[in-house]
Design a protein around this ligand. Sequence first.
Ligand SMILES: Nc1nc2c(ncn2[C@@H]2O[C@H](COP(=O)(O)OP(=O)(O)OP(=O)(O)O)[C@@H](O)[C@H]2O)c(=O)[nH]1
Ligand SMILES: [Mg+2]
Length: 404
Amino acid sequence: MRMKKFIAPSMKEGIIQMKKELGEDAVILSTRNVKVEGSADIVEIIAALDDQLLGQASELHASGSGEKSTVKTTQDKSASPSPQAQKTVSASKAAAVYSQSHPSNDDEQNISQAATLLQLRNDVRWLKETLAAVAESIPFRYANSLSPANREVYTTLRGQDFPDDEALRIVGLASAKGTTNDTSEEILAAAREIISSELSLFPPLEVRPTSTTVAFVGTTGGGKTTTITKLAAICKLLYKANILIVSADTYKVGGAEQLQTFASIAGIAFHTAYSSQELRQIVKQESKRDFIFIDTVGRSQQRRQHLLEIGAYLEAASPDITYLVQSASTGEQTFLQTLERFSVLEPDALILTKLDESAGLGGILTALRRHTLPLAYYTTGQKIPDDIETARAERLAEIVLPQL
Ligand SMILES: Nc1nc2c(ncn2[C@@H]2O[C@H](COP(=O)(O)OP(=O)(O)OP(=O)(O)O)[C@@H](O)[C@H]2O)c(=O)[nH]1
Ligand SMILES: [Mg+2]
């Protein structure tokens, strides 16, 4: 284990010396050019081997006797040196002279500085490592204070995207249910019960004596049109219902055509409403239908004006049910914002789409619990009509908390 000062005619030669004496793993701690009067500049390098650097450095510092500087001159012994070689020779001599005239006192000061630098480097490295470890443990920061069974369920909930406080709340309630053995399976079952009991549900569509007008609103690409085709197909197959689909989506290119094609294949009546007045009339005229499904244009929750335009259509149609159709693969914050902004349209229930694409439903379920919008259906893929299910709380709780 060594720390050394090298004085050499050039950086290159200094490094060669350093590697020769300290090996390939040597680390340069500092370098500086030294001006020597009447000669080319020489170079001073302080280097060390990385392991036990600090110990070495502080030892040297404490004893006050720095390692003796090693100076190796690179004399060119050729008979008639070139100007370049001459310069080397003169720098080499200068290096030797400088080395002798700057004994260990000087080294001591340099090494002391190097030791401080090393101390700082090590401190920064330690801080970095500690910070990384803390950042990693933040999602599970409460886990260590929980019993092993609670911890397992808590960790599963966090892994399913439940916010920290919500995961803790559920685990707390689940363990307070007082099971006999308190195994993680029991806590898990209790947690499922809590999640499902707190979910508010909306009854599925059914044929009534009078016509049911159903509007579908939501953010762009959330799955409104696809969901309408799924529900229309199911209502037709299951109830032999008399259905009309109205597209009020004249904004999106091909928005209405997409539905029209489906309707004609499925043998379902179809209309396009180019204005809210036209929609009002269609709904009035078609009151003999079991269901009138209204597709609306997808709108960003950020644009209040656009939402109000949809509001005008809804006012004209006066739907019995308005579904907010929202993808489960959006983050909790976007989901919450969508619920809040679309509340101006007074949706009755939520249809959660793209469960198959969601990495974890915890954030969404938490937002739903806090927002108290009941869940009517969820969709799990693009297949029509297979990939839609009537929302069942136990099933959702199982999806969120599968067997350990
Ligand atoms: N993976 C998956 N994809 C879905 C699901 N539901 C809809 N999609 C797909 O999502 C995309 C958008 O669906 P649309 O039904 O056109 O959505 P929209 O809300 O009508 O869209 P806009 O009319 O543009 O606002 C399509 O590619 C659908 O096939 C689902 O449950 N899972
Ligand atoms: Mg659409």
